[in-house]
Design a protein around this ligand. Sequence first.
Ligand code: GRF
Length: 202
Amino acid sequence: LKIGVLASGRGSNLQALLDAIEAGTVDGQVVLVVSDRQNAQALERASAKSIPAVHLSPKNYSDRAAYDRALAALFKERGAEAVVLAGYMRIISKSFLEAFPEKVVNIHPALLPAFPGLHGQKQALDYGVRYSGCTVHFVDEGMDTGPIILQAVVPVEDDDTEETLAAKILKEEHRLLPQAIQLFSQGRLRVEGRKVRILKEK
Ligand code: GRF
């Protein structure tokens, strides 16, 4: 599977994916990493593995649709068959999704549909839930609303802070994202309306 990655920051989920590919638990290769932010650590992580890494500034485009068309063209050029949003802090527009229908995957640090958007960990903590976690889902035009592929649960303890909870969730993210991408790579994900069916291993 040829994988494109969009990232805005630290890139630890990108790293988890690269490590899983190296370990042989994900059958695929990352063919391109694009960031909307010049100083994203994700770009350095890609370069360190000799993976093409590009900063594309939204400022050079008239609107989001134009920016997303340029993004999609870059991924197409590299032959990407799936695009992973690994800490990508922008909404994906229709033009991008039409170029990669049911092929864009996001990781979110909460149990969707609870706590979408920014700061999912803080939202969970402030709400007082006893369990949170992370969700890998297909991306649609909404904010963290697409069909859910996998989720992992993390207990919230009374003395958790945003930082400790985020760290526990991140650990699960790093396990869950590669697992979901491997299911995709094996052709085992079927989107049926709102739901994703996971086909048994052949
Ligand atoms: C993760 O918590 C992810 O769930 C969220 O943004 C964060 C990205 O972290 N969408 P990293 O850049 O992968 O380290």
